[in-house]
Design a protein around this ligand. Structure first.
Ligand SMILES: Cc1ncc(COP(=O)(O)O)c(C=O)c1O
Length: 388
């Protein structure tokens, strides 16, 4: 069998919506991107959505609109992709990397509270809803990260690259912080090839993001050409970026959105299969599910080999690859990456949980097109290699 780590599911109206764009003669940002923005605002229960060409761009725009700059610090989990932290550096500010919880791989209220007590000049916290599960942002039995941020007067930004659609107690990811950023990269739970979306309830952040996503021009290209009169006229009010989402990509996104919940529930089917059929193995840790399974986007299914596992993680990856099974690692933590480690003189001992996870973690295939027969094969091969 050949089971790739990820497979793209474009079995809906993707081709037909892209054809409409090609036939329209207007390939860049236009009505399809505007429609995708409306739909995303609706889905996340937010007032404003701004379509861009990546989640990285959305994160950059979010921090820029919040006024983050040199001398500021932003709290970021070490367990994430570099985009979450690099955008802080784009603006000349400094990311403060924090350890994560070993069961959910996400920041905890306690870690955030402690980091706020230990660091001055913190302007924002970026939470990552790792693997598709909401981070503990809302209050539970104790105060959540959102309330801690409010008490300290710092912005809460959601890196929701993995988490569409996801929610907790009925509150959608995207509406939990001040601004949220989604990724539509090829392997995400919804794709536009490359793409991203910023959502917020703050009209000032939305206005600034809209201007900065297109060269600091005070009017969208689409607004200039679809309206009547004054077509050519525009002003440049800031040195902005080139982050707008072309309509070809938005067309794919609109088709994906139509099947988003179906694709999510298929991922849940895979997760439930793994949870049930790997539960008795005492040499691996399964991910801790702290939200209702149907509120989880299930972008990733990470497992962690314990110390008593009979083989090492890298060897297991090789054996599974020989079986035709693709796996991946999420993540090599940022404090182990040369740039962050050297620039901020980071000692791995400050990140005990992430260090333990990093030694044993691997992500198993999980996607809507993964059949039950393939799941059975993955579990059988895994069990045979682990022999525990
Ligand atoms: C947690 C996280 N944040 C941000 C990004 C960046 O997303 P994009 O590729 O859309 O810029 C990724 C991409 O994988 C990610 O995993």
């Amino acid at each position: 069998m050949k089971i790739p780590f990820s497979r793209i599911d474009c079995s809906g109206n993707e081709l037909s919506y892209v054809s409409e764009v090609l036939e329209s003669g207007w390939l860049t940002t236009a009505s399809k991107a505007a429609r995708l923005e409306e739909k995303m605002a609706e889905l996340t229960g937010t007032r404003h959505a701004c379509a861009v060409n990546s989640c990285t761009a959305a994160l950059h725009l979010a921090l820029e609109a919040l006024g983050i700059g040199p001398g500021d610090k932003v709290l970021v989990p070490t367990w994430t992709f570099t985009a979450t932290a690099e955008v802080v550096r784009y603006l000349g500010a400094d990311p403060v990397l924090l350890d994560v919880d070993s069961g959910t791989f996400s920041l905890t209220p306690e870690t955030v509270e402690q980091a706020l007590a230990e660091n001055s000049h913190v302007k924002a916290v970026i939470v990552v809803h790792f693997g598709g599960q909401a981070a503990p942002v809302l209050d539970g039995t104790s105060e959540g990260i959102r309330r801690i941020c409010e008490r300290h007067g710092v912005w809460l930004v959601e890196d929701a690259a993995h988490a569409l659609p996801a929610s907790e107690k009925g509150i959608p990811v995207g509406a939990m912080g001040h601004v949220a950023c989604f990724s539509f990269y090829a392997n995400k739970t919804m794709t536009t090839g490359e793409g991203g979306m910023l959502v917020t309830n703050d009209p000032d952040v939305a206005r600034r993001a809209r201007i900065m996503r297109l060269h600091g021009i005070d009017r969208d290209v689409w607004a200039r050409f679809s309206g009547v009169g004054g077509k050519w006229e525009y002003d440049v009010v800031a040195p902005g970026f080139k982050y707008n989402m072309p309509d070809i990509n938005a067309a794919v996104g609109l088709a994906q959105l139509e099947r988003l919940e179906t694709m999510r529930s298929e991922r849940q089917r895979c997760a439930e299969y793994y949870l049930e059929h790997l539960a008795d193995l005492d040499c691996i840790e399964l991910p801790v599910v702290r939200v209702r399974p149907d509120e989880h986007a299930w972008h990733l299914f990470p497992v962690v080999l314990k110390r008593n596992a009979p083989i090492e993680r890298n060897r297991l990856i090789e054996l599974l690859a020989a079986d035709g099974i693709g796996t991946s690692i999420h993540y090599k933590p940022l404090h182990r990456m040369t740039y962050y480690s050297e620039r901020y003189a980071l000692d791995p001992s400050r990140f005990p949980n992430a260090e333990a996870l990093w030694n044993g973690c691997l992500s198993l295939p999980i996607y809507s097109l993964l059949s039950n027969q393939e799941l059975e094969y993955i579990v059988a091969r895994l069990r045979s290699h682990l022999g525990c």
